[in-house]
Design a binder for this molecule. Structure first.
Ligand SMILES: [Fe+2]
Ligand SMILES: [Fe+2]
Length: 182
């Protein structure tokens, strides 16, 4: 059976794309059921993509050209990303997903997949926090910075996969059924 874990899948399996195929991404924002809240939610995803990319870039630069501002800047970005992602996942798990997963039985099990992603990401967020704390304690020596970069890179890859797949489940559901999510 196909492994749909966040670590190994390359996208949503075909059976979970029944609505995604009806609503291609470039039509989302012009659709009548595309709400301000949907735009806000997608913008949060954009912010997470930017922050995780920024962290990777900072550590890559630090390994070549060490900079005294690296630790405070990394700590600020990392703690902001960690806090915001925890809040975001908890709103999805407790507020949005229970309302969305009852809308279409054909893609109901997509929410088990997304919930599994959140658990996998929890482990990676913890790994990022540990690596960031270690880098701070060691005053960003080369080994600690390299280990931090590895944790950031891993998180960025899995986060990108999760966000794209989650968007391809959630936005088409909203466009098709116009649920009240307030
Ligand atoms: Fe999520
Ligand atoms: Fe999300």
């Amino acid at each position: 059976m196909e492994d749909l874990g966040l670590n190994s899948r390359a996208g949503l399996p075909q059976e979970l794309r029944v609505l995604a195929d009806l609503y291609p991404r470039d039509l989302w924002r012009g659709h009548a059921n595309f709400t301000g809240m949907t735009a806000f939610w997608l913008d949060r995803h954009g912010l997470f993509r930017e922050l995780s990319a920024k962290l990777v870039e900072q550590a890559q630069v630090q390994l070549v050209t060490p900079n005294a501002r690296f630790i405070p800047e990394m700590a600020r970005y990392a703690s902001f990303l960690l806090n915001q992602l925890h809040t975001h996942h908890s709103v999805e798990d407790h507020h949005y997903f229970p309302r969305l997963q009852v809308l279409d039985s054909r893609i109901e099990h997509a929410f088990a997949l997304l919930d599994g992603d959140h658990h996998t990401l929890d482990g990676q967020l913890q790994a990022l926090a540990d690596a960031a704390n270690h880098a701070i304690r060691s005053e960003a020596d080369k080994d600690a910075t390299a280990a931090l970069l590895q944790a950031e890179d891993r998180l960025q890859r899995f986060l990108d996969r999760h966000l794209a797949d989650e968007e391809n489940v959630v936005v088409p559901l909203i466009l098709e059924y116009a649920p009240d999510l307030e």
